[in-house]
Design a protein. Structure first.
Length: 219
């Protein structure tokens, strides 16, 4: 009798996937060829979820600062209101303008020239804001108001300094993503990269407006 050789199952073809970072050109991410039944939007949700958790931690930090600010002001006899430098008004307008330019960049993300123009405008405005914060601190120092002058000045430096550090992180993210566009020589970034970055930037914008009003009205 003829021997029938057992048929071997054919290897399954690996489905093409993205890099798995959710920051590819299309913005939909990839699964690296694993878990074919999973929705492609899963990496995107992970990035947004991670950002939301990070923003929640920042929000809790500034909520704690606010509570300490209010309690210290109410219980202290040595509280002396710290004059808010006038440049902070200009700084606030600069930061609001940066949110507008960032949204314009997102709109033109597939057109490299326009995208880069609006993206660099956002980055430049962020840098101008940080320079303005340094000038505001120098103005206070020139007037004899230091970190340990009184509780009010201590909170002023604490709140504005902590916000500046977080905004600096946003500027670094803008520079990094701009470098990625230049390296790829592509028309823009994926929707996920832009969306996550914009979420962080707009949060920093809104947080600053809150802090500015707190320092202006609550002093």
């Amino acid at each position: 009798m003829a021997t029938i050789a057992p048929s071997l199952p054919k290897p399954k073809a690996q489905s093409p996937g993205g890099s798995g970072d959710g920051f590819d050109q299309g913005g939909s991410g990839g699964d690296g060829g694993h878990g074919a039944g999973r929705p492609k939007s899963l990496p995107d949700r992970r990035y947004y979820t991670g950002m939301m958790l990070g923003l929640a931690a920042i929000l809790m930090l500034f909520a704690a600062f606010t509570s300490a600010y209010v309690v210290r002001k109410g219980l202290s006899d040595d509280w002396q209101a710290t004059a808010v430098p006038g440049i902070l008004w200009l700084n606030s307008m600069v930061l609001l303008a940066s949110s507008f330019t960032l949204e314009k960049a997102r709109r033109w993300r597939q057109v490299q020239a326009r995208f880069q123009g609006w993206w660099w405008a956002t980055t430049g405005l962020g840098m101008i804001f940080l320079i303005g914060q340094i000038l505001a601190w120098q103005e206070l120092v020139a007037g004899g108001v230091y970190l340990n002058t009184n509780p009010s000045s201590s909170f002023f430096y604490l709140l504005t300094g902590t916000h500046a550090v977080h905004l600096l992180g946003g500027v670094m993210a803008l520079l990094y993503l701009s470098w990625r566009v230049w390296r790829r020589n592509s028309g823009g970034l994926g929707a996920t990269a832009l969306g996550v970055t914009a979420l962080y930037w707009h949060f920093m914008d809104g947080l600053w407006i809150y802090l500015f009003l707190l320092l202006l009205i609550g002093r």
